[in-house]
Every structure is written in structure tokens, then in C-alpha cells.
Ligand binder design. Structure first.
Ligand code: URA
Length: 236
């Protein structure tokens, strides 16, 4: 049994806050009965409808991996009218991104309408490794590398870096190209980490999420995940 607002949000129909508003406004029915109580719990067998439209029947789960271009926002809609990751995928399903990449960050992002799968991927206890390539301003030093490996504290919590590779130091342009693998999902975490070291991030791209890489997906391209890949995430 789960709270009605959580189930609505997991179905990708609305954010949890919006779902609460819909419930209070008397727009949500469970098994044909309007529910306005926020604590109401429902099971898989309950039929949920919003404004008379059933939202949890014959749900076909879809899973995508997208190579996100720059200047695309990682959400379902944008009040400012910017292009979203969902706009790039041709489907009728109510998919949403799992976690976020910043507006100007490129690379691998997963989208789905399966709330359990999204929760599984984002749950901190699952520690899924994410690898980024960052181009930073400045030439990273040995001391800074050691500092990162020891664990830099951001907002009272250490950033757990499981791999760090210096791919290039460009002495002419005063930049460094760094591959970094972290096992957490705080927003802007890579930028914050390098900012702490006075190495501002100029470009950022995510190249791996768990075992998943972009392979030959070009910017803006996507593909569906296979059932085998979805299952593999559960077995990590
Ligand atoms: N860390 C960041 O700073 N930005 C991203 O988009 C992802 C991780």
C-alpha cells in the first residue's frame, strides 16, 4: 500500500505536490469514489482516475537512454518554454528524467514512466556510479588530486569519488580535462566540487551511468533500454 499522491507522482502524472493539490481539489477518484484525504493509501489493484480519466490501467513501462544536448532542461515541462529532455523523445508515455543534468551539461540521462525503477536508480543506498568528463579552467595539481581522492566536503557531506583520471592538461589554454566517477546524485555536485578547488567547470558531460554507456548515441539521439538492461540495474 502506498500513499495516493506518491502513486500519482510515480505514474508520471504530476509532481507529488501537484498530486496533493489535485486530491484536495476533489479531482482524484479511487475505484470511482472521489478522495480528498491526503493520507489515503492505495494498492496496485485500485483504479485511480483524475478528472474521470483512469491513469493506472494498462500502463506500459518504457525506459530510454538519451544523449542530452546542451541547452535542454532535465524536466518534463519548463514554464520558461525551454526545450526539455522529454520533448526529444517520441512517445505518448508520461516519461520523466531520472535525476538531473544541468541545462548546459551534456550526455547520458535515463527517462522512464516506471516510478519504482526511477526510485531504485536514485536511491542513495544503491550507490550507482556516474562518470563525468569535466573540462575545467586551470591546471589541476597533485595536491588537488589528493584532496579530491580524500573526499571534499560539500554542504557538510563528503563527495565519494571512486575514480579520477586526468586525461589532459592544456598548458596553452590553461585547462584540464578530468574524468571523475562519483556514487551520489546531488544537484550540481561536480561543479561544486571543482569550484571548491578554484577550478571552474567550463564543460561537463556524463559518459556513464552504472554499467550503461552512450556507445554510438550522438547528441540528441536516444534508444530504448532492453529488459535485460533494466533487470541488470536491479541486480547491481
Ligand atoms: N554535476 C553537475 O555539477 N552538473 C550536472 O549536470 C551533473 C552533475
Amino acid at each position: 500500500m502506498e500513499r495516493l499522491q506518491k502513486v500519482i507522482a510515480n505514474l508520471g502524472y504530476a509532481s507529488r505536490r501537484k498530486a496533493e493539490e489535485l486530491i484536495v481539489a476533489g479531482k482524484v477518484a479511487v475505484n470511482g469514489q472521489i478522495i480528498t484525504e491526503l493520507g489515503t493509501k492505495v494498492s496496485e489493484n485500485d483504479v485511480i482516475s483524475i478528472d474521470g480519466e483512469i491513469i493506472n490501467k494498462n500502463i506500459k513501462y518504457e525506459y530510454y537512454v538519451l544523449n542530452k544536448p546542451r541547452q535542454v532542461i532535465s524536466s518534463v515541462t519548463d514554464p520558461a518554454g525551454r526545450k526539455t529532455v522529454v520533448d526529444l523523445i517520441a512517445t505518448e508515455a508520461r516519461i520523466y528524467p531520472v535525476g538531473r543534468l544541468d541545462y548546459n551539461t551534456t550526455g547520458l540521462i535515463i527517462l522512464t514512466n516506471d516510478g519504482d525503477f526511477a526510485n531504485h536508480l536514485m536511491h542513495p543506498s544503491n550507490n550507482i556510479a556516474k562518470t563525468y568528463v569535466a573540462k575545467v579552467e586551470g591546471l589541476i595539481t597533485k595536491e588537488q588530486i589528493l584532496q579530491i581522492k580524500k573526499g571534499i566536503v560539500i554542504d557538510n557531506r563528503k563527495v565519494n569519488v571512486s575514480k579520477l583520471k586526468i586525461k589532459n592538461k592544456d598548458f596553452n589554454h590553461n585547462t584540464s580535462l578530468i574524468e571523475i566517477t562519483i556514487t551520489e546524485g546531488r544537484n550540481h555536485i561536480v561543479k561544486k566540487l571543482f569550484e571548491t578547488l578554484k577550478l571552474p567547470v567550463l564543460k561537463l558531460s556524463r559518459i556513464q551511468y552504472g554499467f550503461l554507456t552512450l556507445d554510438n548515441l550522438k547528441s540528441g539521439e536516444y534508444r530504448m533500454l532492453s529488459l535485460k538492461e533494466v533487470k541488470k540495474f536491479y541486480s547491481l
